[in-house]
Structure formats: C-alpha cells, structure tokens
Design a protein around this ligand. Structure first.
Ligand code: CP3
Length: 359
C-alpha cells in the first residue's frame, strides 16, 4: 500500500495524519486540535496546579506526560509536543515570563539595531529539553494503535514574523506598531533579525526532527496582521527559506496563521506541505485560493465547541462536505481551544469525524 515518495524517504506513512500531510489517500480523515493540551482539560489543570507553564515545558518527563495524556484522552491522530513558541528567546538572550492573565511579557523588547546585533544564535543546544520530551513521546507512540494506525508526532516552531512581533512588541499586540515601524525603518535591523531567527529556528527544528517529530508545524499566528504587499516584501523570503530548510530534514511542514484569507494565494509560493485555515474562510474557498497545491488543516471555529450539538454537528459536516473527500484534509480547529471549552464537545468532534468516511 505505502508508496515511496522521492525525497521523502524518512517520512513514516503508517500514519493517516502524515499521509494526509502528503496528500496521500487515507482510510479516515485525520483529526487533532490546536492547543489540545490546554486549560480546558482537567488533567492539564491538575499538572498546572503544581508547575508553572515554563516548568512543564522545560521538564521533558512532564512535557511528555502532558502531551501523551491529551492525545490519548481525546483519541486523536496526532500529538503536538507540549512547548511554547517563545522558548528560543532564552538562548537568544531575551528574558521573558508568562504573567497570569496577561500572556507573555518580554522585559526588554527589541527596538534597535544594536539590540538585534546582541541577540545570540549559538546556544540553540540549550533547547534540547524539547527534543528530549519528543523522544519520550515518540517512544510511547512507536507502536500502531488498535486500528493499525500510528499516531503522528508534531514538533513546532514559530515563524520569523510572529516571533519577531513578540520580541519587538514585548508581548501580544493589537496593531503591531513597533514591529511595523522596525520593518519599515529601512535599517539593517529587520533583515538581521530575520536571519538570526532563521539560524536558531533551523537548529531547533533539526533537534526536534532528530528526536522523532514526524511533522513540523510552523506557527505564523499573527501573519494576518500584514497586508499582502508587506508580507511579500518583509516575510515571504525568510519564511520560505525556513520551510525549505525543514523539508530538507525529511519531514512535511504545516504552515499556520490566523486571519489569512487574503494571503492564501501568496502562501502558495511558500511551498509548505500543509496550510492551516482559520474559520473565517470556508474550507473549499481557502483550498481553492491555495490552488489545491497543498494539503489543508482546519477549520472549525473553536467557539463552536460551546454550541448545542445540532450546530456543532452541522458545522463539522459542512467542513467535511467542503473537503469533498479530496486527499490532504486534516480536520482541526481554526485556532486553539479556549479555556472553559466543554470537554465532551471536543470528544464529540472526534466521534463525528470517526463516523464519517472520506468519500
Ligand atoms: O497542545 C498544544 O497546543 C501544545 C502546546 C502549545 C503551547 N503554546 C502551550 C501554552 C503550543 C502549540 C503553543 C504555541 C504558541 N505559544 C503560540 C502559537 C499558537 C497560537 O495560539 O496561535 C503562541 C502565539 C504562543 C505564545 C503564547 N503562549 C501566548 C500568547 C500565551 C498566552 C495566551 C493564553 O492562552 O493564555 C501562551 C501561554 C500558553 N502556552 C498556554 C499553553 C497551554 C496557556 C497558559 C497556561 O497554561 O498557563
């Protein structure tokens, strides 16, 4: 059944999730959830009671346990390693913390060429704790499950723009004023920052692939804040370069962003294997905008999980109908599960997907 793919010899194809990333036929639409190990889940909250977010990320046994528990409780087809987008900031020399209710805070945001020049790119090895957690997760899920399918292991990194935005703004942002100011300034700061992030992210992704990640997801969560012209001028080249470097490691790449409908035709030029779609664009329209040149992942509105079952079922079915059984659809949400989401609704979506068959 499994066919060898030129240049993709390392790719495991005993996984319906990985097969869908490569647009190969599958027995059943693969499903997993963005932020499947998060605050909506009682098991995660029990661990969070005793450990901070960063402690969990930096302790391979705990990160692996959280990752495995979420994937098994939900019965999904992929496990995303428990980590955070901002972890590479520490070896780059940028201190940050998670402030309760506020999200990440970078104490000295990057605003000048001098500061960009001072960022270090030679300590990516300090992130090996993430690779160690992936090794534990890969070992745990090495054997096929009861249905014969092997669970996919997802490693992840941030995209240059989204990581730069946290570095420059110092946290989450609404208008990205400081980020765009630096981008537009014409100084060497932006290209140098892109180059430094590329160096660190390549090394970090390499560690994750060597540890057993089957697929790397690149989160460009906030790319939707950019106009098509700005994306093309300031972000397309470094992002495409990063994707190519990760693919050269022998794994498929999922590229994910939110509010990206107008950017989708440009995303074709990235060469990613899979593009994540949010719920604002109907899946078929989004896939068409990508020229059907990639697989797609998505795209249920995470807030639909708060709706009555009849609406939830209708929205899930709409997405499956729009995917139309075409190879290369991975069911997911358009963005992460939010705190307070009813756990049973998440399980219900898995059940609905399992009971459907790609036509
Ligand atoms: O199950 C999983 O999805 C894996 C774990 C994961 C986390 N962060 C742990 C986490 C993943 C994939 C991320 C990626 C991440 N981190 C992104 C990209 C994903 C996205 O949402 O678009 C971003 C933007 C970050 C940065 C970040 N981390 C922010 C902005 C926040 C605060 C927002 C919030 O939800 O509170 C975090 C905190 C964070 N990272 C949490 C988790 C489970 C929640 C807080 C906690 O448990 O204390």
């Amino acid at each position: 059944m499994d066919t060898a793919i030129p240049g993709q010899s390392q790719v495991a194809t005993g996984s319906r999730f990985v097969r869908a990333c490569l647009r190969q036929p599958v027995d059943s639409t693969p499903v997993w959830f963005l932020r499947q190990a998060g605050r909506y889940m009682p098991e995660y909250m029990a661990v969070r009671k005793h450990h901070s977010l960063l402690e969990i990320c930096r302790t391979p046994q705990i990160a692996a346990e959280v990752t495995i528990t979420a994937a098994e409780r939900l019965g999904v087809d992929a496990a995303i390693i428990f980590a955070d987008l901002l972890l590479p900031f520490t070896p780059m020399g940028l201190d940050f913390e998670f402030v309760n209710g506020e999200g990440p805070v970078v104490h000295q945001p990057v605003r000048s060429l001098e500061h960009v020049q001072a960022l270090r790119t030679d300590r990516a090895d300090e992130l090996q704790y993430v690779a160690q957690a992936i090794e534990l997760v890969a070992k745990h899920f090495a054997s096929p499950r009861d249905d014969g399918d092997t669970l996919g292991i997802i490693g992840f990194i941030g995209a240059p723009f989204t990581l730069a935005s946290y570095m420059i703004e110092g946290g989450s942002s609404r208008n990205y004023v400081e980020t765009k100011k630096l981008m537009y300034s014409g100084s060497a700061a932006w290209p140098l920052l892109m180059e430094k992030l590329l160096t660190v992210l390549t090394a970090y992704a390499q560690q994750q692939v060597e540890a057993g990640a089957d697929v790397i997801q690149i989160f460009d969560s906030w790319a939707g804040a950019l106009s098509v012209a700005d994306y093309r001028q300031f972000c397309l080249a470094p992002t495409r370069e990063l994707i190519q470097r990760v693919q050269a490691m022998g794994v498929p790449v999922i590229y994910f962003g939110v509010d990206t409908a107008s950017l989708l035709p440009t995303f074709r030029e990235l060469g990613a294997d899979v593009v994540g779609l949010d719920w604002r664009v109907p899946l078929d329209i989004g896939w068409q905008a990508l020229g059907h040149a990639t697989a797609v992942q998505g795209n249920l509105d995470p807030i639909t999980l708060f709706a009555p079952d009849s609406i939830l079922e209708a929205r899930v079915n709409e997405i499956l109908t729009q995917a139309a059984g075409r190879p290369g659809h991975i069911f997911n949400l358009g963005h992460g599960i939010v705190p307070g989401t009813p756990f049973e609704s998440v399980l219900r979506v898995v059940e609905l997907i399992r009971n459907s068959r790609p036509s």
